[in-house]
Design a protein around this ligand. Structure first.
Ligand code: SOE
Length: 381
């Protein structure tokens, strides 16, 4: 019996996940079969069009009608809408995948994690980049001590879609709706990847103290339509989130690191890059060259580039012969297969809402450190 899927949100992430769901029968046939049942949004005309384009059977304009009516609920809406629908779904016993960051506030993230902890169903936070084959290989190398004891971790995520001061205002630029800017939107990926890659190795562990700086360079932007509240939008609206952040972090295992993200770095499109340096070696990854992993281990004189397309590389056996490279969207197929298999087995899923909350605690501490202008400890609030 196919799992009926309900999805809140039908734009960028709605498309990425709908595409992944459509690929499953062909490339991951052992994954549960799914029915793209209902897509939820506010604009009925846009919804009807997108439901047709994304292959959903029906539309709904009220998520409360959906969360207990489907087998699985995907919350791909704006950050301020992550908590209430996800908690309602979990309380109704419906498994949830919620996009990152888990929430726009630490309080909401804690409430979501608590709901997931008491629900007997999987709750996944959409840190998709864990499911890139080269990231899976990086984790295997680190866990096999190929780098020795981790000492330094450097991660950055640079984009430039807000370089133009006339790039229109959106909910992502409102602290009350998004929670933060580059910090939560992009920094959440960096924090999760650091936790995923370094969480289980000597020198790694959890981030315990941070020192952060946030910057907003453009403090108002033009609106190009109705505001989130539906009121007639003024010509310009304030930007109340960061355009960019940098942070120094220390891990409880002793390693140190830097995390930085920006949405105003000219020439950088989707430039997530990671470097990990240990006592025995280093590795380097770039999302814009996501099929490659650069590695320098004890026997190498410098970095060598591994093309991560062999059948025994993580997830690759789903796809093509060696050298037939994958794209950004394939990680969503891997993520959906893992999540839906956990739904079918009733087993825990990672990244979980607890992972989402752990990332939110770091984001919150970085913002707090910026406010206080001092190092700040990650509080288990
Ligand atoms: C916008 O910055 C964005 O779409 C992020 O929200 C995604 O998480 C990232 O993967 C790509 O860029």
């Amino acid at each position: 019996m196919a799992l009926d899927i309900g999805v809140l949100g039908y734009r960028f992430m709605g498309t990425a996940h709908a595409n992944a769901l459509a690929r499953l029968p062909m490339f991951v046939p052992e994954a549960p079969s799914v029915n793209r049942d209902v897509i939820v949004g506010r604009d009925e005309d846009a919804l009807a069009r997108r439901a047709d384009e994304l292959g959903f059977d029906r539309i709904a304009t009220d998520w409360t009608d959906v969360v207990s009516d489907v087998d699985v609920f995907y919350n791909l809406g704006p950050n301020y809408l992550h908590a209430e629908p996800s908690i309602a779904a979990l309380d109704a016993g419906t498994p949830v995948l919620c996009e990152k960051p888990l929430a726009h506030t630490l309080d909401d993230a804690e409430a979501m994690e608590a709901a997931a902890a008491s629900a007997a169903v999987p709750a996944c936070c959409g840190f998709t980049y864990r499911f890139v084959p080269a990231i899976g290989l990086a984790k295997a190398l680190i866990d096999d001590s190929e780098l020795g004891e981790l000492r330094e971790f450097r991660a950055r995520y640079l984009q430039d879609w807000l370089v133009d001061p006339d790039a229109p205002w959106s909910w992502r630029l409102d602290g009350d709706l998004a929670g933060s800017g580059a910090l939560g939107d992009l920094g959440s990926h960096l924090v999760d990847l650091l936790r995923f890659l370094a969480g289980d190795c000597p020198g790694g562990g959890e981030i315990d103290t941070v020192s952060g700086q946030l910057r907003t360079y453009v403090d108002e932007r033009p609106t190009d339509g109705e505001s989130e509240t539906g009121a007639n939008s003024p010509e310009y609206r304030s930007v109340t989130v960061d355009d960019a952040f940098t942070a120094q972090v220390s891990l409880d295992g002793g390693a140190i690191g830097t995390l930085e993200a920006s949405r105003v770095s000219p020439g950088h499109k989707n430039d997530l890059s990671i470097e990990a340096h240990g006592s025995e070696g280093s590795l380097r990854f770039s999302l814009e060259r996501l099929n490659e992993l650069e590695v320098c281990t004890r026997d190498d004189r410098g970095y060598r580039t591994i093309l991560v397309t062999e059948a025994d590389d993580p997830y690759v056996d789903r796809w093509w012969p060696p050298g037939h490279v994958l794209g950004w969207e394939h990680a969503f197929v891997h993520e959906n297969a893992a999540f839906l298999s956990a739904v079918e087995d009733g087993s825990p899923v990672e990244p979980s809402f607890a992972d989402g909350l752990a990332a939110q605690q770091v984001l919150d501490a970085i913002a707090e450190s910026d406010k206080r202008n001092e190092w700040t400890r990650i509080e288990e609030r």
